[in-house]
Design a binder for this molecule. Structure first.
Ligand code: DSN
Length: 421
């Protein structure tokens, strides 16, 4: 199937009206189809989700919540939002769901606003140990408006130091404790975090953006029974549209809803809300549960194969969808590795490792994830091949060698086509 056919009959209209943007749509589709997508936070959403995103639901303003809107004509989009809420509650066993946040960062803003006031103390994982910008980075609103204390991982095993977390919590008495990270390959002990929250009287917030898809697929334990509130994105392992979502205990439902709207967002993006509903239904299937388990099997295989190439897996390996590799043994920085892999058609990102001697723009590590390649149907054999591509690409600055690897990458991705039917 040609790229034009993939986009359907409207594409001819777009090509005529705006050939510049039509060309971007085509070349981005080709980029996704031909390169290796190893960004741990990306995936290939279904055609059904893409259909919702490209629908007339995008035209509708719907400030408020189903049955309580500030605009007329919401009877159809109300149905989509109710379906999305019901599916989220059922899939995760949650007492309350808000499906309106435009993104993970928006969801996090809503959580700060619901539970804290500017100047309050919040305890979260340090960005340099795998946290997120919205967990108190000084360049983010969270670090500017709140007194954010940070915990990290132990230097000897690169796992969360729950004793340190507890000590800091007792000393600083945070209003809220956040667990969740963007570059932490291990599982989080939610029972331990709950106990610390109870001991100091803090709200337990889990930013589950990275791993919620694995929870949805029943491949790892859920934070929902433990946490007061859980935020996440819907486009990572979860494989839905770009967006955010919040789950909460019933006692926090009104605070969360008020905080999202009118607290910090206007009209929800109803095409995305419909896409979230579709993705949640997809996640409830046996096929998705197998996918979630395969994502982890592949991540373990990729990490092991990269270790076989001389790199070191941070935290001793992975129990999730991503591996953080310390690549200092290769003699190149994360930045150079990222650039060389990019030239070889391998898309991943440089990443700080815990206690990294390099600056965040340079780094000693790379982060690789398996959500997208697993959606393509790749398995352990392909992970080993990918590891050898990465190792060869990292070790050379020769343009011809990188181009040769890129040809091999294209041959591999051609065997696992996406968006063809
Ligand atoms: N940008 C996301 C990631 O790649 O982890 C986090 O927001």
């Amino acid at each position: 199937m040609s790229s034009e056919t993939f986009y359907g009959p409207d594409f001819a209209l777009l090509s005529q009206q705006d050939p510049d943007i039509a060309a971007v749509l085509l070349s981005e589709l080709t980029r996704q189809q031909t390169n290796l997508q190893l960004i741990a936070s990306e995936n290939f959403t279904s055609r059904a989700v893409l259909a919702a995103l490209g629908s007339t639901l995008s035209n509708k303003y719907a400030e408020g919540y189903p049955g309580k809107r500030y605009y007329g004509g919401c009877e159809e989009v109300d149905k989509a939002e109710v379906i999305a809420i019901d599916r989220a509650k059922s899939l995760f066993g949650a007492e309350h769901a808000n499906v309106q946040p435009h993104s993970g960062a928006s969801a996090n803003v809503a959580i700060y606003q619901a539970f804290t006031k500017p100047g309050d103390t919040v305890l979260a994982m340090s960005l340099s140990h795998g946290g997120h910008l919205t967990h108190g980075s000084p360049v983010n609103f969270s670090g500017k408006w709140f007194n954010v204390e940070s915990y990290g991982v132990r230097q000897d095993n690169e796992l969360i130091d729950y004793d340190e977390l507890r000590d800091i919590a007792i000393r600083t008495k945070p209003k809220m404790i956040c667990s969740g990270a963007t570059a932490y390959p291990s599982l989080i002990d939610f029972a331990k975090v709950r106990a610390i929250c109870d001991e100091v009287g803090a709200i337990m917030w889990v930013d589950a953006a990275h791993f919620i898809g694995l929870v949805a697929g029943k491949a790892i334990p859920s934070p929902v029974p433990y946490a007061d509130v859980v935020s996440f994105t819907t486009h990572k392992v979860l494989r839905g549209p770009r967006g955010g979502m919040i789950l909460a205990k019933a006692e926090h439902a009104a605070a969360i809803d008020k905080s999202v709207f009118p607290g910090m967002q206007g009209g929800p993006i109803m095409s995305a809300v419909a896409g979230k509903a579709i993705a949640l239904a997809e996640c409830a299937t046996p096929a998705y549960q197998k996918y979630a388990k395969d994502v982890i099997v592949n991540a373990k295989a990729l990490a092991a194969a990269l270790e076989g190439e001389g790199m070191r897996a941070v935290s001793g390996g992975t129990q999730t969808h991503l591996a953080l590799m310390d690549i200092r043994s290769t003699g190149v920085t994360g930045k150079v590795a990222d650039e060389r892999c990019g030239l070889a058609g391998i898309v991943m990102n440089k990443n700080s490792i815990p206690y990294d001697p390099e600056k965040p723009g340079i780094t000693s590590g790379i982060r690789v994830g398996t959500p997208a390649t697993t959606t393509q149907g790749m398995g352990v054999t392909e992970m080993k091949t990918i590891a050898s591509f990465i190792a060869r690409a990292i070790k050379t600055d020769d343009a011809n060698t990188l181009a040769a690897i890129k040809s091999e990458v294209h041959a591999l991705t051609a065997r696992f086509p996406i968006y063809t039917a």
